[in-house]
Design a protein around this ligand. Structure first.
Ligand code: ATP
Ligand code: MG
Length: 723
């Protein structure tokens, strides 16, 4: 058997990892050094040389998209279909276990996944029931308390006893929340892992079955595993299944969500004598980009420490653009992408990365203006959009009528005259009888307790779900979806909405039909048969957003820095590089959070293969507020000789010395100012005019403020006064 092709295109260290014996293995390496590549090749290697069947290998990746890509790469390497590989995210794989063993896990067969919206709704409901003061216990904080406890593997029953009323209340809500989820067969994200972890602990025979079945486990992006994920791996592997983990401590960016960077070091103690392989050659980026990244991350203390080097070209310098506001920034970015395309490059080879999701709106606006197609990856998830959630809630009810979260979401959407009072009566009834809202509704209708318009609407609502449910076996998933959105009135509702919003919502609903049409369940040989509807609903909950838009269209990729992990692009534009935005305001005071922000910046810089463009805005309106923040410290941490400052081409820019010898006035509104003059600004106080450029409404002026340092201002907005 010739397996040498699997080792082709790998360096010595990579080969060592790929062809290592079946043992525990830790690959610790910097960005772009081929960790993911090694993981993929190792799977192929084990299948060929150790004769492992695809269904005896489990690989955990960070996103479903990554899993899909890996599967494709393995199929290419081995030229066989790799469908029965257990590939997916922790959540996806845990869901699969729970589905197959729902009874052992004490869940109804049709248990539903709660998304974060549903979760919040349940938390709020419980808080209302128990008259908990929302100002003292903000529901979102309660929700994140519950999630963080689950991520730590701690159930309400195991919370330490407390004398604090505050903690006691949190614990009580958590307890109620667990009870209500259990009662209605709902499982949130954290619960997927916690429950399957318990499933194994409580069923040694079942665990033994899987330990026999799986011969090798692999985990990518290991630096971002949290406590429960780590425990989950440990229990599953036991001392029977060897495991390979790959990671980079410098890219741990989910500490705020409970990820434990220490897991990398802990691994060497908890898993028997792992072979440790370090990869140090970077194959992704130019030496300029790599040097910038290395210098930046060296500002963090407490690193495991790695030397990354490259054989690659020096490449172009990093461009740094100081925009005068967020609009100018967005416009500049759109221009740069246009010229990239004019050079014959693909739009899909470029990515715009930003710290905060809210930044995307302005960027989108300018891309649309310049007719540049784009795709938002992660962030504004398709399945997170209201209209899609509503449509999916109908499908969820068709599938499982006792899905209370879905019932609550759409019982009066679109508005059909079911008032708050009616719904809260349903809740009380359901709670008293320990039944679902659906059952409560049916009972109250039968008992004649619902009157008037509400009676008529609820009867129609129940009939609609019943009749869709009766038809579901005769029609396709796409037809069922179409029926659901038409007969529920959702489609008409958005069609009658005025303006672009309604239009967009309608388009999204149509896109859902496309998704349903394209949806196919890959039923593995040994997988439980899942109806297309069940699989579709589960997918909508699990990989929200990863499927959005048309993947085949050539478009710019937009995403938050967090979602950029593991990806690479020839051209990367990092926007909004200002103090307060990045590093984020909330992280600036706390050294450990600041380090995490820096790692996030390192992730961003190391996504770039050929060209990196960094932009910041001297004034920015975000979340409805205007801010004037200096350039990010991270930009200042990149050696200046790797960067070049960009000036806008179509404006007149004069060097200071030259301008000074010219006429001392400029711009229409500015006749009274000249270089060196002292001026006053309402916010920044007094300063000296240093430079200026542009004319008319484009005119900008640079002032060195005594208290705030140097700033570029748009002259027509700055309202400067001569002193
Ligand atoms: P990250 O830390 O960002 O996840 P990584 O370590 O997983 O990065 P990969 O994505 O596996 O790195 O590889 C980075 C790039 O380098 C990819 O384009 C990959 O194909 C290429 N590459 C890796 N190893 C080699 C090699 N030996 N020869 C040529 N190209 C390589
Ligand atoms: Mg990777």
């Amino acid at each position: 058997m010739d397996v040498s092709h699997i080792l082709d295109g790998l360096n010595d260290a990579q080969r060592e990892a790929v062809a290592a014996p079946m043992q525990n293995l830790l690959v610790l390496a910097g960005a772009g050094s081929g960790k993911t590549r090694v993981l993929v090749h190792r799977i192929a290697w084990l299948m060929e040389t150790e004769n492992l069947s695809p269904s005896s290998i489990m690989a955990v990746t960070f996103t479903n998209k990554a899993a899909k890509e890996m599967r494709g790469r393995i199929e290419q390497l081995l030229d066989i279909p790799a469908r029965s590989l257990w590939f997916g995210t922790f959540h996806g794989i845990a869901h699969r276990f729970l589905r197959a063993h729902s009874r052992d896990a004490k869940l109804p067969e049709n248990f539903q996944i709660l998304d974060s919206d549903d979760q919040l709704r349940i938390v709020k409901r419980i808080m209302r029931e128990f008259n908990v003061d929302e100002t003292r216990w903000p529901p979102k904080q309660v929700q994140s308390f519950i999630n963080s406890k689950k991520d730590e593997g701690i159930r309400a029953a195991y919370l330490p006893p407390t004398h604090s009323q505050y903690d006691h209340t949190l614990a009580e809500i958590y307890k109620q929340y667990e009870a209500q989820c259990q009662q209605s067969g709902m499982v949130d994200f954290g619960e997927l892992l916690l429950r399957s972890h318990e499933l194994w602990l409580n069923n040694p025979a079942l665990l033994a079955h899987y330990q026999d079945r799986f011969r090798y486990l692999l985990v990518d992006e290991f630096q971002d595993t949290n406590t429960i994920q780590y425990a989950w791996l440990r229990v599953l592997a036991g001392d029977r299944i060897p495991i390979m983990v790959v990671g980079d401590d410098d890219q741990s960016i989910y500490g705020w969500r409970g990820a434990k960077i220490e897991n990398i070091q802990q691994f060497q103690f908890d898993f028997a004598s792992p072979l440790v392989v370090k990869l140090e050659q970077n194959y992704r980026s130019t030496s300029t980009i790599l040097k910038a990244a290395n210098t930046l991350i060296a500002n963090n203390g407490d690193r495991l420490g790695k030397d990354l080097w490259t054989n690659g070209n020096e490449g172009e310098p990093i461009d740094l653009y100081a925009a005068f506001n967020e609009q100018d920034e967005a416009n500049y970015i759109a221009d740069r992408i246009s010229s990239w395309v004019d050079q014959g490059r693909q739009r899909s080879d470029s990515a715009i990365l930003y710290r905060s999701n809210a930044q995307s709106r302005v960027l989108e606006e300018f891309l649309i203006r310049q007719a540049i197609p784009y795709r938002i990856y992660g962030g504004l998830r398709f399945y997170d959009r209201q209209e899609i959630r509503n449509a999916v809630a109908y499908l969820r009810l068709v599938f499982y009528r006792h899905d209370d979260a879905a019932f609550e979401r759409v019982v009066n959407v679109p508005t059909r005259g079911v008032g708050n009072k009616t719904v809260s009566d349903l809740r009380v009834h359901a709670r008293e009888q320990s039944i679902s809202l659906w059952q409560a509704c049916v009972e109250r209708l039968q008992l004649g307790l619902i009157k008037g318009k509400a009676k008529q609407s609820l009867t129609q609502f129940i009939d609609l779900i019943d009749s869709l449910s009766a038809e579901q076996d005769q029609i396709s998933l796409a037809q069922l979806t179409e029926q659901a959105i038409t007969r529920s009135g959702l489609k008409d509702f958005h069609a009658n909405e005025k303006g672009e919003k309604g239009q967009a919502r309608l388009e999204n609903l149509n896109e859902l039909l496309t998704a349903a049409r394209d949806f196919s369940v890959d039923n593995d040989d040994d997988d439980e048969e899942l109806t297309p509807l069940a699989a579709f609903i589960a997918q909508a909950a699990l990989d929200a957003g990863e499927q959005q838009a048309d993947e085949h269209q050539d478009c710019v990729q937009m995403m938050t820095l967090h979602s950029a992990k593991g990806l690479e692009f020839p051209l990367v534009l990092m926007a909004g590089m200002e103090e307060g935005l990045f590093p984020h305001q909330m992280s600036m005071e706390d050294p450990s959070r600041l380090s995490e922000e820096r790692r996030l910046c390192y992730v961003g810089v190391t996504r770039a293969m050929e060209k990196l463009i960094i932009t910041y805005a001297e004034s920015r309106r975000l979340y409805g507020q205007e801010k004037f923040n200096p350039v990010s410290r991270f930009v200042r941490e990149i050696p200046a000789d790797l960067m070049q400052e960009v000036r806008i081409k179509n404006s007149v820019s004069m060097p200071v010395s030259f301008a000074a010898s010219q006429s001392s006035s400029f711009g229409e509104e500015s006749a009274e100012f000249h270089l060196g003059q002292v001026v006053n600004h309402a916010k920044f106080g007094e300063g000296t005019v240093l430079n200026y450029e542009g004319q008319g409404s484009h005119a900008r002026i640079q002032v060195n403020f005594f208290d705030h340092g140097s700033k570029w201002l748009v002259l027509s907005y700055a309202k400067l006064e001569a002193v």
